[in-house]
Design a protein around this ligand. Sequence first.
Ligand code: COA
Ligand code: AMP
Length: 640
Amino acid sequence: MSGYHDAYAHWQKDPHGFWADAARDVSWFRTWDNVFDPQSGPYGRWFPNALCNTCYNCLDVHVEAGRGDTLALIYDSPVTGTLRTFTYAELTQEVATLAAALQQADVGKGDRVVIYMPMVPEAVIAMLACARIGAIHSVVFGGFAAAELAARIDDARPKAILSASCGIEGARIVPYKPLLDAAIAAAAHKPAFCVVLERPEAPCTLTEGRDHAWSDFTAAARAPGSLAPCVPVLSTDPLYILYTSGTTGRPKGVVRDNGGHMVALKWTMRNHYGIAPGEVFWAASDVGWVVGHSYICYAPLLHGATTVLYEGKPVGTPDAGAFWRVASQHKVAALFTAPTAIRAIRQVDPEGRLLHNYDLSALRTLFLAGERTDPETIRWAEAQLKVPVVDHWWQTETGWVIAGNPVGLGLLPVKPGSPTVAMPGYDIRTLDADGHEVPVGETGTLAVKLPLPPGCLPTLWNNDERFVEAYLSPLPGYYTTSDAGYIDADGYVFVMARTDDVINVAGHRLSTGQMEEVVAAHPDIAECAVVGIADDIKGQVPIAIVVLTAGVDRPLTEIEGEVVHLIRDRIGPVAALKRVIVAQRLPKTRSGKILRGTMRRMASGELAPTPATIEDPAVLNEIADIFATSGLAPSARAPR
Ligand code: COA
Ligand code: AMP
């Protein structure tokens, strides 16, 4: 019998009491006035006026409790052939040293620090060092291009940027320094200084007067033995800003606070993931994404568990047995990754032969998130691993699971295709466009009745207005997730698709609107639409449907190559736009709006009615023909 229903009922009956109980698991320097203040912030704030420090709870607490020798972090890097471990005592030493160096360089409470780093321990050390001194970090994923980094620099206005000379993508060395330099040159805001980790795989030239080598920078604190103490911050002070894709090219700065975030994440480790302190938890994601923030860095450490930082891929580093090697070698109890990674492994090793080389007896659960897990992937993984495979739904905005299967409280029956049930804290409803609930089993927008639970974004960085406009105004009284789906009679949630212009490519969230802005900048393109089409491995990939400027008569392959290059250059390789197809015209409403949603549904083979407002329905047949002849979306059909 799962304890889930009792836990959810407890939360429903007494939400403040529920979170106050959970908050007892965190060490506070001063407790809160009220558990929740509905008057502050756009929808209220959790644990107002409490004083705490996230780094203290991630590190010092465990050392003080006599667990300094427990392993905190395992860095496993097949791409560099490195294995490094840090106990809690060692990690505290490293973090406090970097924190002291940052303080010496005048970085303090409330200052922003951009972290643009690959999957190396220094990235986690940097995040924790910022948390230690109350600075607000903003980690930027390494797969983004200079222009994206520049946009984040201008929004966050950091005092410092911490970076590295390169990342390593499988066999490819990705030099970061040119991207860093180009981003700083393009940004209006200039950081006071940068610290660059010089990796042997790609030495770089430091910029005089601006850049410090990581080793020199930390030596200034290490030599005299300077260790920064933990600076008390308000529970409601920001811990970090993480930018995520919206419907336009301007990314949204999701703010995470300190107190509520710790309470929520700690609760999930035991109750959702079923992990005990001292066990090994591995989130095979990247510190640049929210999963990496919450489950590589913060949650496992808050819980006194051991976290794995893996610098490699599911396939090719060196083979499709890489995940099983890491899980076996480090006795991983729970593995958390994106379905796309499992599909990539399955494609190379469909029989799971490589799995037989490893002892996975420590592994109890595989958790998947980042995109909907297709039932076939769940069945395959269950058959191979012989452990429960748990899909769970969350967003950068929430920072932790919205709907999941709480293994710690007792596993509920898995319904493939559903991330299972609402977690305590989330009252999920399915609403129509007018904000009315739709009947059980019918599809609508999935929305969360306010307030959001602790850990979720309280607002967007310096932009309450945009937060309200994007998330609260569309359905008054609710937070709109921008995901469409339904809830069945057993309360199982099914998350089917985004309702906006966001697509999910290999577990990476991308904005088609942003890609369109870039494609439209090509001089030979008059107008365009970018839509996601189904892909066996990545779930979705973007394609651009373009109308060429009158008179353009160049080979399409040339234009395609230039567009692909533009996207890589302006957004980054992670956008994965590889195909451009030409149409004579795009379907539009009578008022001239491009019918992107209709094309998106056609590309995924969905049958939808022809929009009543369409200017010329014949265009839809032309687009269906183009999809079919290009071999990109063979199931595409025009709406009727
Ligand atoms: N730095 C620089 N470049 C990066 C990068 C990084 N951190 N991450 C990805 N890229 C590049 C890749 O090298 C690739 O470049 P290419 O077009 O020159 O080959 C491009 O961006 C697209 O990357 P990706 O979408 O990751 O595709 P892939 O073919 O390299 O790998 C998977 C496919 C499925 C193995 C991989 O996407 C994966 O492991 N996904 C899981 C994602 C995840 O963990 N998401 C977090 C949610 S839990
Ligand atoms: P991100 O903010 O990058 O984590 O992406 C969040 C989006 O990914 C959600 O809004 C969903 O569209 C999608 N998503 C994440 N996890 C799931 C899941 N388990 N099932 C369905 N969609 C998911």
